[in-house]
Design a protein around this ligand. Structure first.
Ligand code: DGL
Length: 263
């Protein structure tokens, strides 16, 4: 039987990770869970994030996932250790491979991280990057307005460009040379972010990094599947017509959402 990859997120943004996984491993069976009933996770407390993340991962395992990917940065920064200790399947998440890529890319040892309030206040990057690279400075910036802008489809408007510029200004002033897009939604704003961060700044896209990590793991274990990838399932905890609209912003047409039923 093929090895099923489970991916969860606070909502729809985790489809940025699915997109990268499917690009690298089109035939790998995949199950997605987006917790649209309880989204957003970005403003939530550590305690709630840990509880939700465990429930989300267990749902994927009940549906047959043999590996869990935490696509949500807010959940990953709060609950990776908990999931690793509670679950009997391998756990991948967006932070660790992004840390590795950021320290590979930086030349001046000044790294910026943008994300939700939960991710930035967890200080996960401030902790993990200096563990692996001496004399590095990490500058975090919470950008809470960016998630709703992406969900509204305001990807390249004047207002979005102004807000991105304003959020990035303090990081530019710190002369970062590397910037981690620490939130599921930010890859959709990559062009604007690159422009406003400045030409010298290298961008770390965690959706690409985690997909590469999962690919390396499956390949190493001989578990890469060659199926059609047609049986992927996409569950959400609440389904509205707007959910479908947002899904199309991330993945285009062709994704059929199912309402998750919890046992
Ligand atoms: N998925 C969340 C993250 O990556 C962003 C959306 C939310 O706040 O729930 O942090």
């Amino acid at each position: 039987m093929d090895f099923k990859v489970g991916v969860f997120d606070s909502g729809i943004g985790g489809l940025s990770v699915v997109r990268e996984i499917k690009r690298l491993m089109p035939g790998q069976p995949l199950i997605y869970f987006g917790d649209t009933a309880r989204t957003p996770y970005g403003p939530k407390s550590l305690e709630i994030l840990r509880r939700y993340a465990l429930q989300d991962a267990k749902f994927l395992i009940q549906q047959g996932a043999s590996l869990v990917v935490i696509a949500c940065h807010s959940a990953a920064s709060a609950a990776t250790g908990l999931l690793e200790s509670e679950l009997a399947v391998p756990v991948f998440e967006v932070v660790t491979p992004s840390v590795a890529q950021a320290i590979t890319l930086t030349r001046n040892f000044r790294i910026g991280v943008i994300g939700t309030r939960a991710t930035i206040s967890s200080r996960i990057y401030d902790r993990l990057i200096p563990e692996r690279l001496k004399n590095v400075r990490v500058f975090g910036r919470a950008c809470p307005l960016l998630v709703p802008l992406v969900e509204e489809g305001w990807i390249n408007n004047r207002e979005t460009r102004m807000i991105v510029k304003r959020y990035l200004r303090p990081l530019r002033e710190k002369q970062i040379d590397t910037l981690v897009l620490g939130c599921t939604h930010y890859p959709l704003l990559k062009r604007v972010i690159m422009e406003k961060a400045g030409k010298r700044v290298k961008i770390v896209d965690p959706s690409e990094e985690v997909a590469r990590a999962v690919h390396g793991f499956l390949k190493g274990k001989g578990l890469l599947a060659e199926g059609s990838g047609d049986n992927d399932r996409f569950f959400v905890s609440d389904l509205t017509s707007n959910t479908q609209t947002i899904v199309e912003r991330f993945m285009g047409k062709g994704i059929k959402l199912e309402k998750a039923v919890f046992s």
